[in-house]
Design a protein around this ligand. Structure first.
Ligand code: SF4
Length: 328
C-alpha cells in the first residue's frame, strides 16, 4: 500500500505520471503538488493514506444533479492539489489516516451506496483513491471523482473501470489566458482530453464552470467551451454555473452577479445545452430539471435539496421523453 504508482527514472531524476504536469524531480526534490518527492531514486508521497475529512452529504452538493438524484454520498476530502485555486498547494496539509476496508464495510452496513472523492484534487492521492475504488466495486458501491481535469490519461485508464461518475470543475470557462496568468497552467487542453477519456471509459460526467467576474468572464471562451461540450460529449451533459466568491489573491474581484449568471445561462441554452443549472438562489428557474421535450418540471430543488421529484423512472411523466440520468 505504501508504494506509489506511475513514475519512472529519467537518469538521476524521477518523472511522475499521475497528472499532466509530469514533474521531474531531483533527489530530495518535490513535484508541483508538494506532496510527491524523490527519495533516493524512489517516488514517495507525504501523508500517504491520509484524508482531510469524511462526511455524508446528498449527491447534489458535489454537485451532480443527474446521477442517482437525492441519494446520500460518503464524501472523502483527500489531501494535496496541483493547482492553486480555492485551496492552495500546501506542503503541510492536515489529515488523518483511514482504513479503506473499514470505510467500505461501514458504508455497506449503513447502506450508503455512493462514495465520492473531492477537495483538493483527489488524483494527487491516486493510490488511496484507486484502492478504495476497487474495494467499493466489491460491495457494489458507486464511485464519483470530482476533479479539475488535469489527470494523465494512463491514470484515467487505470481507474476508468472502477469509476462511475465524475464532475470536472472548470474555472473561467477554461480560458487559456486566465489559467496561465492566475493558475500557472500553460495548457488547458488536458481538461478536454480528460472529458473525452471519461466518455471513452463510460464514466457519467457533469461539468461545473465557475464564472469569475472581470478577469474570467470571456464570452468567447464560454462559447468555445459550450460548443466543445455539445460537439464532443452530448447536448445533454448537465452543465453547472458556479458562483465565484472572493478569496485570498482574488479578494478584490466581486462575486458573480445574477445578471452575469443569466447571460451565461442564456448563452449556454441558446447554443444547445439541454440541462443548464445556476448555483445562485437569486437566479430563478435554474435549479429545476425540466423535461427537454415538453418543459415539464421533473426535479425541483431548494439549494441542493430535492423538494419534488416527479420522474417516472428515467422518463417525463407528462410526455414520456427519456431523460439522460443514472438512477442506480
Ligand atoms: S502528482 Fe502531478 S503535480 Fe504531483 S508530482 Fe506527480 S505530476 Fe507533479
Amino acid at each position: 500500500m505504501e508504494e506509489t504508482m506511475f513514475w519512472s527514472k529519467e537518469g538521476k531524476k524521477i518523472k511522475c505520471g499521475i497528472c499532466v504536469f509530469n514533474c521531474l524531480m531531483e533527489n530530495g526534490g518535490f513535484g508541483r503538488c508538494k506532496m510527491r518527492y524523490n527519495e533516493n531514486g524512489t517516488l514517495k508521497m507525504k501523508n500517504f493514506g491520509k484524508v482531510q475529512d469524511i462526511k455524508k452529504v446528498p449527491v447534489e452538493t458535489i454537485p451532480l444533479y443527474h446521477f442517482m438524484p437525492g441519494q446520500d454520498v460518503m464524501l472523502l476530502s483527500t489531501i494535496g492539489t496541483n493547482i492553486d485555486w480555492l485551496t492552495k498547494i500546501d506542503d503541510k496539509p492536515k489529515g488523518s489516516k483511514i482504513k479503506p476496508e473499514e470505510l467500505i464495510k461501514d458504508m455497506n452496513s449503513k447502506k450508503i451506496k455512493i462514495l465520492a472523492f473531492d477537495d483538493y484534487e483527489p488524483i494527487i492521492s491516486f493510490e488511496l483513491v484507486f484502492k478504495i475504488m476497487r474495494l467499493a466495486k466489491r460491495y457494489n458501491i458507486k464511485t464519483i471523482l470530482s476533479t479539475n481535469g488535469f489527470i494523465d490519461s494512463e491514470a484515467i485508464k487505470k481507474i476508468g473501470k472502477y469509476l462511475d461518475a465524475a464532475i470536472i470543475k472548470i474555472v473561467a470557462s477554461g480560458d487559456k489566458d486566465f489559467y496561465e496568468k492566475y493558475l500557472d497552467v500553460k495548457d488547458t487542453s488536458a481538461i478536454f482530453d480528460t472529458l473525452k477519456n471519461f466518455k471513452k471509459h463510460r464514466v457519467f460526467t457533469e461539468v461545473a464552470n465557475t464564472i469569475v467576474p472581470e478577469i474570467g468572464e470571456s464570452e468567447n471562451s464560454h462559447s468555445h467551451l459550450v460548443d466543445w461540450l455539445i460537439n464532443n460529449l452530448d447536448s445533454s451533459v448537465p452543465y453547472h454555473l458556479i458562483k465565484f466568491e472572493p478569496f485570498d489573491k482574488f479578494k478584490n474581484i466581486p462575486e458573480t452577479s445574477p445578471e452575469l449568471f443569466e447571460r451565461f445561462a442564456f448563452e449556454a441554452e441558446k447554443s444547445g445545452l439541454r440541462f443548464v443549472y445556476v448555483h445562485d438562489p437569486y437566479v430563478g428557474g435554474y435549479s429545476t430539471t425540466y423535461c427537454y421535450n415538453c418543459k415539464f418540471p421533473l426535479i425541483e430543488r431548494l439549494g441542493e435539496a430535492i423538494t419534488e421529484n416527479r420522474l417516472d423512472g428515467d422518463r417525463c411523466p407528462n410526455c414520456g421523453f427519456r431523460i439522460s440520468l443514472v438512477l442506480e
